[in-house]
Design a protein around this ligand. Structure first.
Ligand SMILES: Cc1ncc(COP(=O)(O)O)c(C=O)c1O
Length: 393
């Protein structure tokens, strides 16, 4: 059988770097070894009880077994607009400025597919969540990677790009709190982005997957809070992390009506919408589960503290994040030259702790590893003890 890389589009997608660690993890587990998995950002908590109850009730009704609507049922679109009004003071029209998606990934991949043409330049920070990079390639766009040591530096490089590049950015793709670097921004940063985009007629997509996972009193702003944002921008909101609903596949694209219409057109050819009982249960999440969101964020904060202090005891100083469900840690000096993948492999083999190598998030992720806060406090403590032994050896 010939390789699947014979295919035009598959050739653009390199093998998944994280697969190496996943394979090692599977082997270790098959050998009955206890691996502490802080690799993938897959929430370990349960979905709020009221949401599960509503799902089972709605699933019993045969009317909900039919095809649903690919743009989402009207009541769910209304509910997300009410949440935006309540949380951010942002008014959205549920008919034209909100669409339900099969998670944020569906929204990102198909939105890029809908609005990007061959060789259109899409600017995004690097390192980045893989679909931010490969969604552009799959849509035949030109991925224009800008380093982001700090948000200010990203902005200044973006301004340089507008000044010097012959190919003006067609779209800016950003996401804060940021995966993997955990960088957080304030509304002033978004004001600058929107002002640049409006001036140059560039579209903006803000992936807000970690909207509610914020710590120490920090509240992540919505880009739609910026006046005039809807003229150029959409925001992607997801229930995966805020409500522990990663497996349910519910997200939204909100804001600019033209971009939302384009996404709706593509989706009308591709899907029939999320299973209707899931959409009905999602209304309950948005309407009744604020307290659960608060508790979920508080749990990640506690785990963050456990991990950061445990790593410090192991002689590994890392910066505590203000948001996201990750800790982004520089590879300790003696291992830096070998690279993040080799270091992650060594942690897996010697400490039985799985982390994600920074290189998996793009070339500028090298020199770091990412911890996901998806095991409980006790297990995180166990992981840092084991890392301490490994680093001492
Ligand atoms: C930045 C970012 N965007 C999107 C997603 C995927 O979200 P969803 O489950 O809604 O597809 C993730 C998941 O890890 C993410 O980190």
């Amino acid at each position: 059988m010939s390789e699947s890389t014979d295919y035009y589009r598959i050739r653009k997608l390199p093998p998944y770097v994280f697969a190496v660690i996943n394979e090692m993890k599977a082997k270790a587990r098959a050998a009955q070894l206890d691996v502490i998995d802080l690799g993938m950002g897959n929430p370990d908590g349960s979905t709020p009880r009221a949401v599960v109850q509503k799902l089972s009730e709605a699933a019993r009704n045969a009317r909900n077994h039919r095809y649903s609507s690919s743009k989402g049922i009207p009541k769910l679109r209304e509910e997300i607009t009410k949440r935006y009004q309540k949380q951010y003071g942002v008014s959205l029209d549920p008919e034209t400025e909100a669409i339900v998606t099969i998670g944020a990934k569906d929204a990102l991949a198909h939105l890029l597919f809908a609005v990007i043409g061959p060789e259109d330049a899409v600017v995004s920070p690097n390192p980045a969540y893989p679909i931010h990079q490969y969604g552009v390639l799959m849509a035949e766009g030109h991925a224009c990677v800008v380093p982001m040591p700090t948000p200010e530096e990203f902005l200044s490089r973006l301004q340089d790009l507008y000044r010097t590049s012959t190919r003006k950015p067609k779209l800016i793709l950003i996401s804060f709190p940021h995966n993997p670097t955990t960088t957080c921004v304030d509304l002033g940063f978004f004001r600058e982005i929107i002002s640049l985009a409006r001036h140059h007629g560039t579209m903006v997509v803000h992936d807000f997957a970690y909207a509610d996972i914020c710590f120490d009193g920090y509240k992540a702003p919505s880009i739609l809070q910026v006046e005039g944002a809807k003229e150029v921008a959409v925001e992607i909101y997801s229930l995966s992390k805020s409500y522990n609903m990663a497996g349910w596949r519910v997200g939204f694209c909100l804001g600019n009506p033209k971009m939302i219409h384009a996404l709706g057109r593509i989706k009308s050819y591709l899907d029939y919408g999320v299973f209707q009982p899931i959409q009905i249960a999602s209304i309950i999440a948005l309407r009744e589960c604020d307290e659960d969101v608060y508790k979920i964020a508080a749990l990640y904060q506690k785990r963050r503290d456990t991990l950061v202090s445990g790593l410090l005891r192991a002689g590994w100083a890392v910066t505590p994040p203000r948001g996201s469900m990750f800790v982004w840690a520089p590879v300790p000096e003696p291992y830096r030259a070998a690279g993040s993948l080799e270091f992650a492999k060594a942690l897996m083999e010697k400490a039985l702790v799985a982390v994600s190598p920074g290189i998996g998030f793009g070339p500028l992720g090298e020199g770091f590893v990412r911890f996901a806060l998806v095991e409980n406090d006790h297990r995180i403590r166990q992981a840092t003890r084991s890392i301490k032994q490994f680093l001492k050896a």
